[in-house]
Design a protein around this ligand. Structure first.
Ligand code: FPP
Length: 244
């Protein structure tokens, strides 16, 4: 679903990869790459807002990221916490509506409180919908959704026939966001890394070698322009061949 007039994507999702490499290339510790990554994230949020994108979903911390060295995990948790504390007021003023998508388990009460606060103070905003995927994993999300529906069926609240694609989509963290039209991955790798597995079914994928901290307005616009050149068919034949 594109934004009606501009043809721009209604929902852009970003896999923000390459912070570590950005730092290594400058002989800096990895954590400085993450800190620089937050600056790029701020730029991306403002640019998405300015371009009239309805929803931006960013992959900030995956369920697999717990396997990183403890110091790096602690740094990322702390960075997320501090960024929310520092930025929330400005985001609220800019009309951004924040939603945290991911597992609440394994997170400290402080982090959960900052999530809840960010969602609460921006709940009435009508500008950009910003979904921050933190402690997020696509398979975990799907397993949770299936469990919920099976539980409802077992309790007799719904019938097995009620388990439709829409019913499942409604159980996902991203509901009611539309599926992403465009998924951008920085850092040059061609994989989804357990991100939005269900929602990505028909997304256009855009991979750039640019490392996340270097992804600025120009790079974002290039991705949008690339998207505008794509022909989305959703499994159908091209428009011009329909009567031939
Ligand atoms: C991937 O780079 C990036 C991450 C695992 C973290 C992304 C997080 C941020 C940009 C900040 C999050 C902050 C908030 C407020 C949500 P990598 O470390 O895997 O890089 P590499 O592939 O070069 O090693």
């Amino acid at each position: 679903m594109s934004t009606a007039k501009s043809g721009l994507p209604a929902h852009v999702a970003i896999i923000m990869d390459g912070n570590g490499r950005w730092a290594r290339r400058r002989a800096m510790p990895r954590y400085l790459g993450h800190r620089q990554g937050v600056k790029a994230l701020k730029t991306a949020v403002r640019y998405a807002s300015r371009r009239g994108i309805g929803t931006l979903t960013v992959y900030a911390f995956s369920t697999e990221n717990w396997r990183r060295p403890k110091e790096e995990v602690d740094f990322l948790l702390d960075l997320m916490y501090k960024t929310f504390v520092q930025e929330i007021e400005e985001l609220r003023r800019e009309g951004v509506r924040i939603r945290l998508i991911g597992e609440r388990t394994s997170l400290s009460p402080d982090v959960l409180a900052i999530w809840d606060n960010a969602e609460k103070v921006t709940a009435e905003n009508t500008g950009l919908n910003l979904n921050v995927a933190f402690n997020y994993g696509g398979r975990t999300e799907l397993t949770r959704a299936v469990r919920e529906l099976v539980g409802q069926a077992a309790r007799g609240e719904i019938s097995v026939e009620d388990i439709t694609e829409e019913a499942l989509a409604r159980q996902l963290y991203t509901w009611p966001s539309p599926d992403p039209d465009l998924i951008i991955r920085t850092g040059g790798e061609y994989r989804l890394s357990n991100f939005l597995l269900w929602q990505a079914a028909y997304s256009e994928l855009y991979v750039t070698e640019v490392l996340w901290p270097d992804f600025g307005e120009r790079e974002f616009e290039e991705a949008l322009q690339d998207y505008l050149r794509r022909e989305r068919r959703f499994g159908q034949v091209p428009q011009k061949e329909q009567n031939s």
